[in-house]
Design a protein around this ligand. Structure first.
Ligand code: TXA
Ligand code: MG
Length: 371
């Protein structure tokens, strides 16, 4: 057992940078979630990242840069609209997948024993991430800093709790991340961008910024289909089948207790959860609601240690809900509830990314309640 105590401050940035340039693995905060960073050109270090996470070798890693021009060094003939994406959204929570520069080692961007034809690249906006990447002098390959099977970490403590066996060398502590959900991943290998993973940069924002049809995420991996393509366009072509992100085919995090996702009005959801609690017998019920719905339920439900409330945040602050979601799911696991009822959000803007993660956590248990 080698538990790591997260370290903060400017000295910690230098320490983390030295670890990465020296071939080690350091976790660091970004504006989305914590990442597990290694020198993207060091095969031993990158293998270590795959091994630490228990990540399948065919799932590539995002390469993090501190300078947008690195995108053009790492890629081959990216379309002109990729520059528009970079100008609009970098630094920020957007990963751009483009054809890889063929002069790079064949494996770079993926597992050292494989080959990667494309490169997923992102320039984060978190000041500690940028300082670390800059100081390391490396392109930093970094998946989310969680073990496969746990939610992405939004606190340094989450990272420390996942890696307790000496798999990683350092945790740079930047406190709670501002975002809470992983970056939007957009594929630019075709004539129009295709979103592979929804995030804080939405399909509408991309279409608006670059004036091109933008294909929404393929939600067929989810229990429900919801997202459609935008219609905003300056140029029309036949719709193309969106390529799959390798990461989408793997089982995603679901809490230990079965979670049911509830979609409907505050009153409808409160009434449903009340009935479930009353019928729960000796089960411990995890209740993950907005403040508004929780207030209604609490008026009608006697307080009991069997009913464990975690508040998502106020309904109108979708950003707060995104920030709180993963920490809440980790907390229910720690408390040890038997079932979880979670309130869904609006299904537009950032709500698309939140609902994508919530649907995966619910593994198909979704109930629509009357208004
Ligand atoms: O916000 C984030 O993106 C965080 C922070 C640390 O930057 N990172 C993150 O990494 O979420 P990870 O590895 O957990 O998720 C990256 C996703 C995966 O679904 C992966 O398949 C996809 O991006 N991806 C990475 N490179 C790709 C590529 N070349 N082609 C297609 N998909 C790619
Ligand atoms: Mg991940």
């Amino acid at each position: 057992m080698k538990a790591i105590k997260p370290a903060g401050g400017p000295e910690a940035v230098s320490q983390a940078a030295a670890i990465i340039s020296g071939g080690g693995i350091a976790a660091f905060p970004t504006e989305t979630v914590y990442g597990l960073g290694a020198d993207a050109f060091n095969p031993t270090a990158v293998s270590g990242v795959y091994a630490a996470k228990g990540r399948p070798g065919d799932n590539p890693l995002i390469m993090h840069v501190a300078n947008p021009e690195k995108f053009f060094e790492l890629t081959h003939n990216p379309p002109p609209y990729s520059r528009a994406l970079i100008e609009a959204f970098w630094p920020g929570p957007l990963t751009i997948v483009a054809e890889k520069n063929p002069s790079l080692p064949a494996w770079v961007g993926g597992h050292p024993q494989g080959t990667a034809d494309t490169a997923g690249i992102r320039m984060p906006s978190h000041p500690l991430a940028l300082a670390l990447i800059e100081a390391s002098g490396c392109i930093v390959a970094a998946p989310s800093a969680n073990l496969a099977g746990t939610p992405s970490p939004t606190l340094a403590e989450h990272v420390a709790g996942d890696f307790v066996n000496g798999e990683i060398d350092f945790i740079l502590d930047g406190g709670a991340v501002p975002g809470g959900l992983e970056s939007t991943v957009v594929d630019v290998t075709g004539p129009e961008p295709v979103i592979l993973r929804p995030g804080a940069i939405t399909v509408e924002m991309i279409a608006e910024a670059i004036g091109l049809i933008t294909h929404g995420p393929d939600m067929s991996m989810n229990a429900e289909n919801s997202t459609s393509c935008t219609t905003k366009t300056t140029k029309k072509t036949e719709p193309t089948a969106p390529p799959r992100s390798p990461g989408m085919k793997y089982r995603h995090y679901a809490p230990k207790a079965p979670m049911t996702l509830l979609i409907g009005s505050e009153n409808g959801i409160a009434a449903y959860v009340q009935t479930q609690c009353i019928n729960a017998q000796n089960q411990r019920v995890g209740i993950l609601l907005t403040e508004e719905t929780e207030a209604i339920l609490r008026q009608n439900l006697p307080a009991s240690p069997s009913f464990q409330f975690i508040t998502l945040g106020i309904k109108t602050s979708i950003e707060t809900i995104a920030q709180n979601l993963y920490a809440a799911l980790r907390k229910f696991d720690a408390i040890g509830v038997d079932v979880i009822y979670a309130e869904g959000t609006a299904q537009d803007g950032l709500g698309i990314a939140i609902m994508d993660r919530m649907r995966k956590a619910a593994e198909g248990r979704i109930i629509h309640l009357p208004e």
